[in-house]
Design a protein around this ligand. Structure first.
Ligand code: DX5
Ligand code: ZN
Length: 218
């Protein structure tokens, strides 16, 4: 079962609510919200007030991807704003276990994110504590970048570990996903796919979303 999480980073911000409703009607399973602070990544986007504004607009889970330094300082705000998932970068967390527990303490599902070059060994000892592992297949910071193929073997590696240990963890992929790049990732065991430009930069969002999903399920 493949789930598509459109990234609103590629949406038209002057009518964000309509954009979210459109992809919900088109068959999206989650709404992906990219939070950037200008420090962890070279770009600034949105904060908890956007999560709060979107909460009443959709019934879909809000998947909040924190690309920020010191995420612990903002987790409560994002949780109270209505996040269903909060994912933090292993590269930004000095005390990852503490951060993951903090997310869970607010009743939010925690996930951990790996940059393209980060080995899965960095998260093997936290797997029991997370609901989600997100693999970046671009360098975080911007939408519309090219998919980095060398991440795919890492996805397979982790998927094998998850099966071996019998854990209930979903694998999510973020960056450069389209109807071609989704295929090797789905084969490697990922089930949730973020797509920004491949959905929002098209005339017919429903057709784009359904084509990507169908390719992942093929
Ligand atoms: C990149 C963000 C992604 C981005 C994906 O830093 O984390 O979620 O919006 O955009 P596309 O699908 O265009 O690569
Ligand atoms: Zn993202």
């Amino acid at each position: 079962m493949i789930k598509i999480a459109p990234s609103i980073l590629a949406a038209d911000f002057s009518k964000l609510a309509e954009e979210v409703k459109e992809v919900e009607a088109a068959g999206a399973e989650l709404i992906h919200i990219d939070v950037m602070d200008g420090h962890f990544v070279p770009n600034i986007t949105m904060g908890p007030i956007v999560v709060e504004a979107l909460r009443p607009v959709t019934n879909l889970p809000l998947d909040v991807h924190l690309m920020i330094e010191n995420p612990d300082a903002y987790i409560e705000q994002f949780a109270k704003a209505g996040a269903d998932y909060i994912t933090v970068h292993v590269e930004a967390c000095r005390h990852l276990h503490r951060t993951i527990q903090l997310i869970r303490s607010f009743g939010v599902k925690p996930g951990v994110v790996l940059n393209p070059h980060t080995p899965i060994e960095h998260i093997l000892h936290i797997l029991e504590d997370v609901d989600l592992v997100l693999f970046m297949t671009v360098n975080p910071g911007f939408g519309g970048q090219k998919f980095i193929h060398s991440v795919v073997p890492k996805v397979k590696q982790l998927s094998d570990v998850i099966k071996e240990k019998g854990l209930n963890i979903e694998i999510e992929i973020d960056g450069g996903i389209n109807e071609e790049t989704i295929i090797p990732c789905a084969e490697a065991g990922a089930t949730i796919f973020v797509a920004g430009s491949a959905i929002f930069n098209t005339e017919n969002r429903e057709e784009a979303l359904q084509r990507i999903k169908a390719a992942g399920e093929s």
